[in-house]
Design a protein around this ligand. Sequence first.
Ligand SMILES: [Zn+2]
Ligand SMILES: [Zn+2]
Length: 283
Amino acid sequence: MKKILILLLTALLLLGLTACGEDGSETTGSTPEATKPHTHDYTGEVTTAATCDKEGVKTFTCACGDSYTEKIDATGEHTWGNWKTETEALIGRDGTQTRTCSACAAAESRRTTEGALQNSFGEYGIERLMEHWPVENGWAQEVPLQEEAIRGFMLLHFVSAQYNGPDRTDEEFTISFDAVVEFLSPYFYITESIKAEMKQDYRYDAATDRFNLNYPGSGLNMDVRGYVHNGGNRYTVYYYTETPYFDYPSYWKVEIEFLLPEGQPNKYLSIIRIPELPENITK
Ligand SMILES: [Zn+2]
Ligand SMILES: [Zn+2]
C-alpha cells in the first residue's frame, strides 16, 4: 500500500513537471512574425559612375542587408577639355589644335585659321614706328599722313624698345652703331640714307660711334585690320592704332615681306599713315 502511494505521487509530480515544460516551450517557440515571408524593399544608388568608355555600377540595398547590382552603360560621350594650340595658324597655313578627354585617353585634333592675321602680322615692335614723330618744341608730333615712317629716328625708337642683347643692361643703355645696324637688319633694309639719318640723331655720339638709348614707353594699341597678298611673300597689311597722345584716326599701310617659317621676323619695306582703310581687303 505504501509503495503504491509513492508511485502515484511520483506519477503526479512527473505529470506536473511535464505540464510546466510544455507551457514554457509554448511561450518561447513559435512567434507569429518569424513565419511571415519578408518582402525586400530596395533602394538604388550609383556606386560607380559610368564614364565615356567604362560601365558604371548601381547597387540596390534592402534594410535587411540583402543587395544586388546592375551595370550602367558607358555614356559614350567624352569629357573634352579646351582646345589647345599645337601649331599657330598663319596666313597661308592652317594651325592645329588638339583636345583630350579628362576621363579616358581619347584625343582629337582639328585644323584652324583662328588668329592667323594677328599671328602673321601682329608682331610687336613696329607700333614704335607708328607712334609719333620725335619731340619738337617740347611736343611729340603726329606722324604726317602719306609719309614714310621708316626713318632713322623712328628705327632708333624701335631699337630702344626691342633690343635685348648684350649691350643692354638697363632701360638706359649705350649701343654701338654696328650693333644697331645688325639688330635692325632682319626687320628692315638699312639703306645708306637711313644710316646717315641715324648718325644725325641727337642720340648718336660720333666720338664713341655709339647711341645713347632708353626705353621710350608706349601707350599704343595696335590691331591688324586686314591685308592684300601681292604674290610670293609680299603682303600689304593694314593696321589701326589708338594712342592716348593724339586724337586722330591712325590707319597704316605696311608693306611686308612675310618670312615663313616661324621664328623669322617679318621684314618691313614701308610704313605709311593713311587717312582710312581701303575697301576690299582680306580680313
Ligand atoms: Zn530585405
Ligand atoms: Zn573619354
